[in-house]
Design a protein around this ligand. Structure first.
Ligand SMILES: C[S@@+](CC[C@H](N)C(=O)[O-])C[C@H]1O[C@@H](n2cnc3c(N)ncnc32)[C@H](O)[C@@H]1O
Length: 289
């Protein structure tokens, strides 16, 4: 178990780093990842889109890059669904006449089901909501500027280890490049599980380079160890921040260890997918009850 003193020292370290690099974070990220970051985010969004996601917590949201994409995903999906609902509503009105004529056909039964779906869709449209959480005031300030006054997005200052939400508040929790920084991963996973609804899903995107001795592995390790901290330093003027990034990636546990920590926290259907070119991994798991 991590002691309160260790947790508080870790908070000071990470807040210092992320507050210092907030303004140049997105530009440097794009340079360091050769654009792969955007591709990995898109993959994560695609997976989120496949599950019910009326209420999403984007934990360690940083400057809101993923949060913004999540907001777009919801709008796009809701629009398509609403078009369907509208068609259903028209069918329902027409079928109301048929029902008056006491001709209860299979189509009418189907239309009645559609009427119920329409009401449910209106509810989920009203409930559609994304909450971004991060402890760094400067990262959050960039996120708030980026998102402007989007009605369905709220930002809250907070830590993964003690989330300021009641039990079962969210259908989905996303964490992209966040868990590497958490002061207490085990406590954070339990907190995430607490704030998920039963059946809710956790998605984690994280750097987790494979171990290996092939030339490709050696090049990737060399890039992370030698080149990445230098480019980060030149781009931001913040040497410590990118040495921290290197150290946190190098000391991050292998994917199988993260999966077993998720299972220990009580997640089921835990799985992971390594994303090309092999330095990032997408983890997922479900809160059963
Ligand atoms: C590398 S950034 C990732 C930002 C964003 N999710 C993205 O995809 O670009 C990591 C973020 O984790 C946040 N963080 C650090 N420690 C945290 C903690 N204990 N709980 C929640 N977030 C934390 C930092 O403030 C920082 O904004």
């Amino acid at each position: 178990m991590t002691s309160p003193t260790e947790i508080s020292a870790r908070y000071d370290l990470t807040n210092g780093i992320f507050n210092a690099i907030a303004q140049s974070y997105d530009r440097t990220n794009g340079i360091l990842s050769f654009g792969f970051n955007a591709m990995w985010h898109r993959r994560m969004i695609r997976e989120v889109g496949k599950v019910p996601h009326q209420k999403i917590l984007d934990l360690a949201c940083g400057t809101g890059t993923l949060t913004k994409k999540l907001a777009r995903l919801q709008n796009a999906q809701t629009t398509a669904r609403d078009r369907d609902s509208l068609q259903n509503a028209q069918t329902t009105a027409r079928d109301g006449d048929s029902l008056q004529n006491a001709q209860t056909t299979a189509r009418d039964r189907h239309s009645l089901q559609n009427a119920q779906t329409t009401a449910r869709d209106r509810d989920s449209l009203q409930n559609a909501q994304i909450t971004g959480v991060d402890p760094s005031a400067n990262m959050l300030s960039v996120a708030k500027k980026r998102l402007g006054k989007k009605g369905n997005v709220t930002f809250v200052k907070g830590y993964a280890e003690s989330l300021p939400f009641s039990e079962g508040s969210f259908a989905v929790v996303t964490v992209s490049y966040g868990i590497r920084n958490f002061a207490d991963l085990e406590a954070s996973l339990l907190e995430i599980k607490r704030v998920l609804q039963p059946g809710g899903r956790l998605f984690i995107l994280e750097f987790s380079p494979e171990k290996g001795d092939s030339p490709a592995h050696i090049i990737k390790r060399y890039y992370i160890h030698k080149i990445l901290p230098r480019i980060g330093w030149i781009s931001t003027g913040q040497r410590q921040a990118y040495e921290y990034l290197r150290d946190s990636v190098e000391s991050f546990p292998q994917a199988a260890v993260i999966c077993s920590k998720m299972e220990d926290a009580g997640f089921t259907e835990v799985s992971h997918t390594r994303l090309k070119p092999g330095v990032a991994v997408l983890f997922t798991g479900v809160k059963l009850r």
